[in-house]
Design a protein around this ligand. Sequence first.
Ligand code: SF4
Length: 195
Amino acid sequence: MTVSWHDLMADIESCGACPLRAGCSRVVPGEGNPTADIMFIGEGPGADEDRLGRPFVGRAGELLTKMIHAIGMERTDVYICNAVKCRPPENRTPTAEEVAACRGFLRAQVALVRPRIIVLLGSTAGRDVLGDDFRVTRDRGKWIEKKGVWIMPTYHPSALLRDEALKRPAWEDFKAVRDKARALAEGMRDGQAAP
Ligand code: SF4
């Protein structure tokens, strides 16, 4: 069953299905183009996101925004959200139970946006979408196709801020996303099957 954006946002705002809601100041559902071709999924809101109610607006968000610009897009062209919609205390990694509690919302967002490409930013998003066996160091940079959607796992921008050496491989992943988006658009124009 597909819900409307209005109902989904209302359900997320009023959710208290896991303990994260009690510790955050506001819910951060996600933002961007509701019918975007590319969807970015991160881990969870941090302090700045919790304050402003918007995803990826702190330092890691600035870097993500720069990388989106570098592949020729604006934030308003894509859809950006997180595995969990409420800030984990002290920015800890959300537990598997918390991610599972929020998974229905993420799935509903994917069902509404219907992206052609999903970029998984970091381990939490990777495990959420691809399963517990996911390892970002091993699995990043490799396309996975699921039900016609192309999935690219890569590092979370906050990991790039901690370790400069990860910037180059992450940039390679973003260029692969740019090239796939172009190829898919060209395939649509030419009426060909997706590459
Ligand atoms: Fe609900 Fe997700 Fe917030 Fe947990 S993190 S309370 S499941 S919206």
